[in-house]
Design a protein around this ligand. Structure first.
Ligand SMILES: Nc1ncnc2c1ncn2[C@@H]1O[C@H](COP(=O)(O)OP(=O)(O)OP(=O)(O)O)[C@@H](O)[C@H]1O
Ligand SMILES: [Mg+2]
Length: 274
């Protein structure tokens, strides 16, 4: 892990020499999709995110690990624009625009999509109708087939769905939306082994992993506890969150190994740049 950190730091330094001055800055600006700067957030009088920083470039998919209650869902909800949180400081910049105080609708129109950890059921709205509302141009049948979900087309969204079915329903909605930045809050939680593969393939398709890295424009962030899903999808970078901020960043496989070896606290000494 430390060797990897050193190589990554050296590469960043090398780019600085190869692309000096303003050219390097312009390249960074063009490639950057999401930038979170010193974000502090509270809810119900409790501070959850503390001076949180994260940058995600176009074409990158990041994984986020961390113990229960550390603020992972809060982070995604705040990026999505769910209004129940108080922003105490910092900002969120997406596609070069400050979206910190933008409405959820505007953020969705800008290209942010999310699969929720525990989405609500919607009585009276059939899944096939929701697909058409999300994207009138979407080929609902082919999306439902992709997720082996045709049998649920006429059922009310998430109503009576099992835990694993809810996760596939969320993926169907994202495949209809085709967001530029996809946020996945534990899409593998409660999902059986065959459906984890389907969900992994859907995430790869949403994040354009079939294209060469230099051609990808879509990005994502995925929260996962056990990392099984990472056997079926490609994550480029991973972070460990503790106490509302990132304490370690690096290669997803190596970070998972380190968590298994020494726990989340064992990652706190990591010196990788965020
Ligand atoms: N309305 C609220 N009032 C007080 N505290 C809240 C409220 N909503 C969330 N919290 C607290 O914020 C903290 C962060 O919650 P969050 O859901 O972001 O955790 P998480 O990292 O996603 O955890 P998990 O892995 O269990 O999903 C938790 O301690 C939670 O109890
Ligand atoms: Mg959560």
């Amino acid at each position: 892990m430390l060797l990897r950190c050193f190589i990554e730091s050296a590469l960043i330094a090398a780019k600085d020499i190869i692309l000096p001055g303003h050219k390097w800055i312009i390249w960074l600006e063009v490639m950057r999709l999401l930038e979170i700067e010193d974000l502090s957030v509270s809810i119900g009088g409790k501070q959850v995110l503390k001076d949180f920083n994260l940058r995600i470039s176009k074409g990158e998919t990041h994984a986020l690990f961390g113990p229960n209650g550390t603020g992972k869902t809060t982070l995604l909800n705040v990026i999505a624009g769910i209004p129940r949180y108080t922003i105490d400081g910092g900002r969120i910049v997406f596609k070069g625009k400050d979206i910190t105080h933008m409405s959820m609708d505007e953020r969705a129109r800008l290209g942010i999509g999310m699969a929720f950890q525990r989405p609500p059921a919607i009585r009276g709205l059939r899944l096939q109708d929701l697909i058409k509302i999300i994207n009138p141009e979407a080929d609902a049948l082919s999306i439902l087939r992709k997720m082996d979900f045709e049998a649920f087309a006429e059922r009310d969204v998430n109503r009576g769905f099992s835990g694993g079915e809810v996760k596939r329903s969320e993926m169907v909605q994202l495949l209809a939306q085709q967001p530029d930045f996809v946020m996945l809050d534990e899409p593998d939680s409660g999902v059986d082994l065959e459906n984890i593969k389907l969900i992994g393939e859907a995430i790869n398709s949403l994040t354009q992993k079939d294209l060469r890295p230099s051609l990808r424009t879509k990005s994502g962030v995925i929260i996962t506890h056990f990392g099984h899903i990472l056997d079926y999808m490609k994550a480029d970078r991973a972070h460990v969150m503790l106490g509302g901020s990132i304490v370690c960043s690096g290669n997803p496989g190596e970070i998972l190994e380190q968590i298994k070896r020494s726990g989340y606290e064992g990652c706190a000494g990591c010196t990788c740049p965020v």
